[in-house]
Ligand binder design. Structure first.
Ligand code: SPV
Ligand code: MG
Length: 439
């Protein structure tokens, strides 16, 4: 009787191939038929930045590597589901998972393999080359406008909720790009940036009423683009005159911006969070649909998104009014909708999302929980929200800190106290910006 060949399982992202990975493939294939568990974008998205290549592109590369017998999708970051499904005789992995954020993954694997009578093979980590060091080098080159532009679409389809934070200059761009926390062994970071009209205007000492013109805002957005690779959603205010909106869309696409959000208001725009305290006029459904269509007609890439923002709840109108408008905006071609409210309870947003989803299962919903900030991303995702925007927090955090520092200098007629209490050390600021120091 011919003995059945053993199955050897190797989990892989397979985005950047290098000799260390080829070494594991070679070693693994010595034990039997090597089955690659190829991580899907969805499996990766909550733990790491999305790969440069799509799943299909990665699959195409890996199935052509000598020693690979088969490829199966690994839909979760955890190996457990696939190990139970395919019951491999061996699993092979680099020994670098013994420490750091992947340690809990290893513990799970050891347990399941022991239960199923399989073996875990750990291959010494190949020194001097790793995916993360190659990735850091690629990232330091930046990103092309088209790769940045299309990345928002991929994030929406692979994450339960996409996490966006405002950036109004290069420094806040760096914060949005690089800030990470580790929670229960998982890395968490922001997925992209919001070019907010409120923070763009406020940081110039101007009101948020479209008095800072588009050219100026785009010029300054370049500072964020220069130092980041993540997608940007542009706050397009009302979108301006219908005749101008198509030009705005083309300009944004050329810069590699992924989406513009325009709000259904006309006339002098004021910030939404004034609610009914400011005179603000909503556009007619027909008028706003025409503007959406003008934007969609103008775009030249496939992936750029025109997102329609509904201000009914801000204007004190009903959830039904918002629903009627948003369904019409989607029918006119909006790629996503943003529903806004300044109500602290969040009940109106929850009711809107739930009812919107009854009729429309897929069109992405964007929420800006500035006032109803008690809800977690997980809760918003349960309501049906796909993108959460933290719209003004970096600027709101910086301003009070700067005021305290300025007051302290005035109070003490010197800067000793301010430096000690409110300032980062000089050494830290000198080294804050990557590439400052000459080697
Ligand atoms: C912005 O950030 O400029 C926005 C969101 O449009 S809000 O300020 O809440 O209107
Ligand atoms: Mg705005």
């Amino acid at each position: 009787m011919v003995e059945k060949r053993k199955i050897v399982y190797l989990g892989m992202i397979g985005d950047i191939m290098h000799p260390g990975l080829i070494n594991i493939i070679n070693e693994g294939s010595k034990y039997g038929d090597l089955m690659i568990g190829l991580f899907t974008d969805k499996a990766i998205a909550n733990h790491r930045r999305l790969p440069y290549l799509t799943y299909e592109q990665r699959k195409n590369v890996i199935e052509n590597i000598k020693g690979v017998a088969s490829i199966v999708p690994q839909e979760e970051w955890s190996y457990v589901e696939n190990l139970k499904k395919y019951k491999p005789d061996y699993i092979i992995h680099g020994d670098d998972w013994k420490e750091g954020p992947d340690k809990f993954i290893r513990d799970e694997v050891l347990k399941v393999m022991a239960q199923q009578g399989g073996k875990v093979i750990e291959i010494p980590y190949t020194k001097g080359i790793s995916t993360s060091s190659l990735k850091a080098e690629i990232d330091s080159l930046g990103v092309t406008p088209s790769a940045r532009l299309s990345s928002l679409h991929r994030l929406i389809s692979s994450k339960s909720i996409v996490r966006i934070i405002e950036s109004h200059n290069g420094l806040t761009g760096l914060i949005a790009e690089h800030t990470k926390v580790e929670i229960n062994g998982q890395e968490r970071e922001f997925d992209g940036m919001w070019a907010s009209s409120l923070t763009d205007s406020t940081s110039k000492g101007k009101p948020d009423n479209e008095s800072v013109d588009l050219t100026t805002r785009l010029h300054d957005l370049n500072d964020t683009l220069e130092v980041t690779t993540k997608p940007v959603i542009f706050d397009g205010d009302t979108g301006g005159r219908i005749e101008h909106f198509g030009f705005t869309v083309r300009t944004l696409e050329r810069l590699g911006i992924s989406a513009v959000i325009i709000e259904d208001k006309v006339g002098l725009k004021q910030n939404s969070l004034f609610g009914t305290d400011a005179v603000q006029t909503q556009d007619s459904i027909e008028g706003f649909c025409n503007k959406i269509q003008a934007g969609k007609r103008a775009q030249i890439t496939q992936d750029f998104m025109v997102i329609a923002r509904c201000e009914s709840l801000i204007a004190g109108k009903s959830v039904d009014d918002a629903l009627e408008r948003c369904h019409a905006y989607v029918a006119a071609g909006a790629d996503a909708i943003m529903i806004h409210s300044k109500n602290k309870s969040g009940e109106d947003i929850k009711a809107f999302c739930t009812q919107f989803r009854e009729k429309n299962a897929f069109t992405p919903i964007v929420a800006v929980p500035t006032t109803y900030n008690q809800f977690t991303e997980e809760e918003l995702a349960q309501w049906g929200v796909n993108i959460v925007i933290y719209a003004n927090h970096l600027l709101r955090a910086a301003y009070p800190a700067m005021i305290k520092c300025a007051e302290s200098i005035l109070r003490h007629s010197r800067c000793l106290e301010a430096s000690e209490e409110y300032c980062m050390p000089i050494k830290q600021i000198l080294n804050l910006i990557p590439g400052t120091k000459k080697q």
